[in-house]
Design a binder for this molecule. Structure first.
Ligand SMILES: Cc1cc2nc3c(=O)[nH]c(=O)nc-3n(C[C@H](O)[C@H](O)[C@H](O)COP(=O)(O)O)c2cc1C
Length: 360
């Protein structure tokens, strides 16, 4: 039996194998951020397909943090019943689900939120994008509390855990990164002060969910942008995570094209954050999940065998083949069919994520 199908455990949450569906924004919610029936079906399909743990697409914790239309919402108490439908769909099929919670910061869509995006510092994401509003101390405290309450709602909605989105250029990553955090107050300047937002978000979430509940983070350990977070900085964050009450870390990095790389067609292109994960592994004993271009069994097995990661996560391959884990368990030896073309994102007039590869 492949090591991929050895049971695993995160903070008492038993998982039937080492395969994780990495958070994937489904874009299947109504204007209020409530999951539509197609999204519930997608979760039932994923759970039926045999993946050990499903991480939901990012859900926004505060109305200023919505990244795009059709994004899942977890910023109000009245959303809990519609979110519970998702966790129940997974549990009915024998699966486990963790909700990813997020604030987009300067990557929020002004068109969707109707307000100027907020950020640690008034630095646009890229040349030409809107200049964000620099958060005041009181606004920062409000967002920390919003993360905490969102974590509590995820638990109330029946999810088996919560994952903080600390990667891909969203608000937590914006605070950690010197490219986007130019502050000189208690929230910026030294690395310790840049990390304070994450530390306090983790504390607020832990406070709300209690001590016996899995709290995970997806962490960008390297930005790959000028003046951005270096791998040394990223490893420094990893070193603190257990002390801050986190139970597992999923290693990622980059923003946009550097986090979701195209054309992973050969084993040499796979596992594109492996060198970063090896450094992270030296800095923590927490269960480590590795994402980024995982496509073939041999590559995944060797990463587990060498002990760099405890779990392997995938996003795009499970859009194309939600039952890939079952197929592998039943003896399929070929790699995922996904060609990493990134056409899974819906274009104008298209609904939700789907594999739109013309050869698919
Ligand atoms: C359509 C799509 C939506 C995504 N949404 C999220 C998200 O909500 N949260 C997140 O952390 N990563 C998100 N990602 C990134 C993936 O989780 C993953 O880190 C990345 O695609 C690399 O893994 P893969 O090669 O297995 O696809 C998304 C990726 C895709 C393709």
């Amino acid at each position: 039996m492949s090591i991929l199908f050895k049971p695993g455990n995160i903070a008492g949450l038993g998982l039937k194998n080492r395969l994780v569906r990495s958070a994937t924004a489904e874009r299947m919610c109504d204007d209020d951020g409530r999951p539509e029936p197609a999204m519930i079906d997608l979760y039932a399909d994923l759970a039926r397909g045999g993946v050990g743990l499903i991480v939901t697409g990012h859900a926004f914790v505060h109305e200023s943090g919505k990244a795009h239309p059709s994004m899942t919402a977890v910023h109000r108490d009245d959303l809990v019943p519609s979110l519970r439908a998702l966790s129940e769909a997974v549990h009915r099929e024998g699966g486990k689900a963790v909700m990813q919670i997020n604030h987009a910061g300067r990557r929020a869509s002004e068109k969707v939120t109707g307000r100027t995006p907020v950020a640690p510092s008034p630095v646009p994401q890229v040349k030409g994008s809107p200049r964000p509003h620099e958060l005041t101390g009181a606004e920062i405290e409000e967002l920390i509390a919003a993360f905490g309450r969102a974590a509590g709602r995820a638990r109330e909605a029946g999810f088996d855990g919560v994952q903080l989105h600390g990667a891909h250029g969203y608000l937590i990553n914006q605070f950690c990164s010197p490219a986007s955090n130019w502050r000189r107050d208690r929230w910026g300047g030294s690395i310790a002060r840049r990390l304070r937002f994450l530390e306090e978000v983790a504390a607020a979430a832990r406070d709300e969910v209690g001590g016996d509940y899995p709290l995970l983070i997806k962490l960008g350990v390297q930005d790959f942008v000028r003046d951005g977070l270096t791998l040394d900085d990223g490893v420094e964050i990893v070193r603190h995570l257990a002390d801050w009450g986190l139970d597992a870390v999923e290693i990622s990095g980059g923003v946009g094209g550097t986090s979701v790389r195209k054309d992973i067609l050969r084993p040499e292109d796979e596992a594109y954050f492996l060198s970063q994960a090896r450094r992270a592994r030296e800095a923590t004993d927490l269960p480590l999940i590795l994402v980024g271009g995982m496509r073939s069994l041999a590559v995944m097995e060797s990463i587990l065998e060498e002990g760099t990661a405890d779990f392997i996560s995938m996003s795009r391959p499970l859009i194309r083949e939600p039952d890939l884990p079952n197929q592998w368990r039943e003896g399929r030896t070929e790699a995922a069919a996904c060609v990493s073309c990134n056409s899974c994102w819906p274009g104008p007039g298209e609904y939700g994520i789907a594999c739109r590869n013309s050869n698919g």
